[in-house]
Design a protein around this ligand. Structure first.
Ligand code: PEP
Ligand code: MN
Length: 266
């Protein structure tokens, strides 16, 4: 058991240090078959390090799919076992942190709607005290770097050493080109102020649609981001959330093959 734990820790550390770090998977876990098949097809691309999947979904309005909940966590465990991919899940409460860790989720992330709320971030931080797990923190939905930095500080004060940032763009009323305006200068400023933190880009939630994903991903790489998190689904048009922006694992593989990476990452 001890040896197994150490091997997993090494694997997580290796992924955390890999450039580019590539995370992909469905916006939401829907069924066990969907999660496992997505993971298998992502693994076949040979380009993906971590399987992402929403288990608890922070929907803006009630009445749509709010996530499969804790019963989806064993599906991720299954996908992890058969593919060797690491797993990542969004957490927004102490109970979600406990449940995710109980089912061996390797990387946790704080969502954009949570980063805006210091009470929620503090609750997550308190649940993480004494735990060794990497945590990615999405930018808050509004363009406020202090909130983003505050969330980093709260998680760091809880003793988490491996903290990363996800730039997923900023909500701006009436914007039609992007679902969330990238405001690249804010991400660059955040990186300048936190050079030691890895920063990855989330083209899916910036674009909200498939056709411009690749150009946003390329821009992030050109700007020296450390990796990408991109939503993928075995049947994107019929996804239970964020259908317009998801792509198949095979399309993701093609996209990753066409991106021009920095020389040192090749
Ligand atoms: C997600 O990653 O599916 C998600 C809900 O993203 P965000 O917090 O960036 O809106
Ligand atoms: Mn999503």
């Amino acid at each position: 058991m001890q040896a197994e734990t150490t091997t997993m820790e090494n694997k997580v550390q290796a992924a955390w240090n890999k450039r580019p770090l590539i995370i992909s998977g469905p916006c939401s876990a829907e069924t066990e078959e969907q999660v496992v098949e997505t993971a298998q097809r992502l693994a076949q691309t040979g380009k993906v390090d971590v399987l992402r999947s929403g288990i608890w979904k922070p929907r803006t309005r009630p009445g749509s799919f709010e996530g499969i909940g804790t019963k989806g966590l064993p599906w991720l465990q299954h996908a992890r076992k058969v593919t060797g991919l690491l797993t990542a899940v969004e957490v927004a409460t102490a109970k979600q942190v406990e449940d995710a860790l109980h089912f061996d989720v390797d990387i946790l992330w704080v969502g954009a709607r949570t980063t805006v709320n210091p009470f929620s971030v503090q609750e997550i931080a308190d649940a993480l005290r004494g735990v060794k797990v990497p945590v990615l923190i999405k930018n808050p939905i509004n363009p406020d770097l202090e909130l983003w930095i505050g969330a980093v500080e709260r998680i760091a004060k809880a003793g988490i050493n491996d903290i990363g940032l996800i730039h997923r763009g900023f909500s701006s009323y009436g914007n039609t080109e992007y679902r969330n305006a990238p405001m690249w200068h804010l991400a660059i400023e955040m990186k300048r102020r936190n050079p030691e933190l890895l920063m990855i880009n989330d083209p899916s939630h910036i674009c909200g649609r498939r056709d411009i994903l690749q150009e946003v991903a390329q821009k992030a790489i050109d700007l020296d981001f450390d990796g990408l998190i991109i939503e993928s689904h075995i049947d994107p048009d019929n996804a239970w959330s964020d259908a317009k922006q998801q792509i198949t694992p095979e399309r993701l593989g093609e996209m990753l093959n066409s991106i021009i990476w920095r020389r040192e990452d090749i």
